[in-house]
Design a protein around this ligand. Structure first.
Ligand SMILES: *Cc1c(COP(=O)(O)O)cnc(C)c1O
Length: 386
């Protein structure tokens, strides 16, 4: 069966340049594995890319969100609005401080939080709204900020999939009070594990910086007597290591290329699939308001094909086209949340993305040849089941 035309294109696979190896070697040779120059440089580079004055490298996106809720003093008895269609992490960060996530369905068009459902879910216990830029497409932030102002709520942007995406020319993460990115291997860039908090608030940045390292008063290299320090506030350990930061630096050096490739691959599939029957995709009306750094291609099956979704995915996988699902269930339908909160509501729009869609790879590891291969295999399989 195997011939020269056989391909193996994973859904996600990180791309590294030569400099990655030398930077990581530099860290190892220096023996400075934490508190070193790499994290400083990575944060600086991230600040240039996002135009955020304040950037804080952390150990993961989940940890970054946990740190923020912890800092805000959100706790048992409090509520945080969370989109139903997201990674469980968005809700787990709320759970981590003992508060209750209140789930909101997606809109039908692009999977982002349904703006019209938010206000009816606000109570006197609500402390914050979290939004997720689903597959990187920016949430319409203006109405969110209007509601947040009216009810005095903190706005946390989960930017795990939105590096490079902007809303009204402002990088995602800077419209709300804070944004948190993920550098898990399949995201836009990777540091193996890792994340970044960005914010426009200096005070918040300073507090989170303390919180990131046990609330300790003196930076490691500012201690006159080694080992001598005090702790000023409550704290956690949310630090990013030097090896992770070094990887991040080399990833950011290539970000323009990554973004271009993602966008080109996305547009290629979009054009190819225009004439294809029985499928659709996100309705992403890209205009001056929304600049999209796409994460993947959502192939949404229409009624006739839904029952064949697993067969379609397996057929693509067997032909070397990797696929994924984002996300496998709306979070409130995941066992833990369903049982704990006895959730009965249906999240029909969120469910549509979980049940009817096949996510296709478009990232930097997908070459021009690969993307036409993907397009032709998808066309074949959709025609076959139509
Ligand atoms: C991947 C992902 C996360 C989790 O990121 P980690 O860095 O692994 O903690 C959170 N939210 C969303 C929307 C994600 O896709």
């Amino acid at each position: 069966m195997k011939n020269n035309n056989f391909k193996n294109i994973p859904f996600g696979s990180p791309v590294f340049d030569k400099k990655t190896y030398s930077l990581i070697k530099k860290v190892i040779d220096s023996k400075k594995l934490v508190h070193g120059p790499m994290i400083v440089e990575f944060e600086k580079k991230f600040s240039i890319l996002t135009k955020s004055k304040f950037c804080l490298g952390v150990s993961s996106c989940t940890m970054g969100m946990h740190m923020i809720y912890y800092h805000l003093g959100i706790q048992k008895g409090d509520e945080v609005l969370v989109p139903a269609q997201t990674h469980v992490a968005t809700a787990m960060a709320v759970e981590a401080v003992g508060a209750k996530p209140i789930f909101i369905d997606s809109n039908y068009e692009n999977g982002n939080i349904n703006l019209f459902e938010i206000e009816s879910k606000i109570t006197n216990k609500t402390k914050a709204i979290s939004v997720v830029h689903y597959l990187g497409f920016p949430v319409d932030m203006k109405p969110i900020m209007r509601i947040a102002k009216k009810y005095k709520l903190f706005v946390l942007e989960d930017c795990a999939l939105s590096l490079g995406s902007k809303y009204e020319n402002i990088h995602t993460g800077l419209i709300g009070d804070a944004g948190v990115f993920s550098f898990y291997p399949v995201k836009h860039i990777t540091t193996s594990e890792g994340g970044m908090i960005i914010t426009k608030h200096k005070k918040l940045y300073k507090s989170l910086k303390l919180l990131r390292g046990f609330g300790v008063d003196k930076d490691y290299d500012k201690r006159k007597i080694p080992g001598q320090y005090n702790t000023l506030t409550k704290g956690l350990n949310g630090r990013m290591s030097e090896i992770e930061a070094a990887m991040g630096i080399s990833q950011l050096n290539n970000f323009n290329f990554f973004l271009k490739r993602r966008s080109n691959n996305y547009t290629f599939l979009q054009n190819k699939f225009q004439k294809l029957k029985n499928i659709s995709s996100l309705n992403t009306n890209v205009n001056y308001k929304f600049f999209w750094s796409p994460y993947c291609y959502a192939l949404i099956l229409n009624k006739k094909l839904i029952k064949y979704r697993n067969k379609i995915m397996l057929s693509l996988n067997n032909q070397g086209v990797g696929t994924s699902i984002y996300y496998p269930k709306p979070v409130p339908c995941m066992k833990y949340f369903k049982n704990k909160y006895k959730i009965k509501s249906k999240f029909n729009n969120a469910m549509r993305f979980s049940n009817n869609a096949v996510m296709l790879p478009i990232a930097q590891h997908v070459s021009k040849k690969d993307i036409s291969y993907i397009a032709s295999k998808v066309e074949d399989v959709i025609k076959k089941f139509s």
